[in-house]
Ligand binder design. Sequence first.
Ligand SMILES: Nc1nc2c(c(=O)[nH]1)N[C@H]1C(S)=C(S)[C@@H](COP(=O)(O)O)O[C@H]1N2
Ligand SMILES: [Mo]
Length: 522
Amino acid sequence: MKTLEHDSVSTPRRPLRWLVAALIGVLAVAAALAVGEFVSVFTGAGSSPFLAVGNSAIDLTPEWLKQFAIRNFGTNDKLVLLAGMAVTILVAAVVAGLLSRRSPLPGMVIAAAFGALAVLAVLTRPDTDVLSVLAPLASLVVGVLVFRWLHGVAVDRLAAGSSEKDGLTRRRFLYSAAGTAVGAGVLGGAGTLLTGSSDIEASRAAIGKLTVRSPAPPIPASAGYEALGATKFITDNREFYRIDTALTLPRLTAEDWRLKIHGLVDNEVTFDFADIRGRELIEKTITMTCVSNEVGGPYISTSNFIGVPLRDLLNEAGVQDVGGQVFATSVDGWTTATPVRDMLDEKRGALLAIGMNGEALPLEHGFPARVIVPGLYGYASACKWVVDLELIRYCQKSFYWQDRDWAVEAPIKTQSRIDVPAGFATVAAGKVQVAGVAWAQTTGIAKVEIRMDGGPWQTAELATEVNDRTWRQWRAEVDLSSGSHRVEVRATDRSGKTQPQERVPPIPDGATGWHSILFSVD
Ligand SMILES: Nc1nc2c(c(=O)[nH]1)N[C@H]1C(S)=C(S)[C@@H](COP(=O)(O)O)O[C@H]1N2
Ligand SMILES: [Mo]
């Protein structure tokens, strides 16, 4: 590090001021991140050092922490992770600066270590290639060099001695620091702008309205109790729950999308978007549910899904082992597996979906195409951004959540939820309306009961059934005196099974227990 010894023999080495040292760390890291972000515009979204580290963090997060995040931050869990990463990086940058008050070496080593971490993260992403490594490498090099350079400028200033020279070098440091900040801002901003999802949005917009050969029957008004303030039967696309491990949305246009079906099949087939769209599209009203949904939780929504029967696509490939699994892979590397039997079952009606409520799939729900298998939890069936279906024998491969101790197979458990009144609401005395949803996809709901304050069960009125793949709404009326009350609900499905009272957590194959709400009557 000879070249860095700016102090002359006559000027004794003085450490940099705390603030200057910290600023050098922060600026070097900002420059590194900005350059990495900018280079990743050209080397692919997966190569962004910041996001690659974030995505790896998601995959490496222990199960309990992931559950905690989903429970506490819900769909904001990714935002919380990104903010946490930003804070960690900021702290590391400040520490790197402060450790380098005398020599730039500690900061350079820390910058290099962070760069190496990003290189590793990018290399281990499933959606990156060798070229992708250029982005984190650029970050590493820029981080180390900018740190060393700014440090040199600052030390020069200290070593200057005469006040005239001092002023000159102080100005030089300020210019260098400001230049670095502006440069990082411009490059980082340009990188973020250029990696926007506008090309994907344009590809989606170009699809326009999907023409469906056999539309889903209209939802009768009697299927819900919207007038009571109950949940809407069909969830708006923007309200549909979203669960996935993708920190940023995959950037796959309809034009570039391909679905390959291979493995234990007679002939490998590949479909493109025009192939799928050109088929007779069907529309089915289906309620999807996430296995992570706690009793009474929000991760359940209903949509009119548009697509083609997966059964047809699989039969075109020629399934060799109906006792095996269909192993699905998303363009972002996420995987799942579903029993072949369930995918082929005509009554269940698994779809390769390309639309939701008349529109092309929204980006966050799997554009251009995804799998929907009624009656199975999403993690074990509903692959978004699906690009590959491989027919395999059991135990040949394991999928994303299976590797994290969730069940290999996961039919949706019969459940019910109270939506009206809201928890801890205060309602007027007299006849009180209680309403909610119950679901037992592909089995159907036979009965819903409620009870007040631990009293006798009372049968609720069921709304018109839309089909056995959707939730069923219910309502009941109770006469209540003023004071606080507790209402509980339980559903019985058409197989005759009543929801067990015992509370079990979502892991490994879905929560059980009765939902209850506390509220008061005026
Ligand atoms: N590629 C990909 N597909 C995925 C997931 C994911 O993380 N990545 N999550 C699954 C889970 S756990 C669920 S519950 C559903 C949720 O679909 P939605 O976000 O459209 O509601 O998608 C499934 N498909
Ligand atoms: Mo899920």
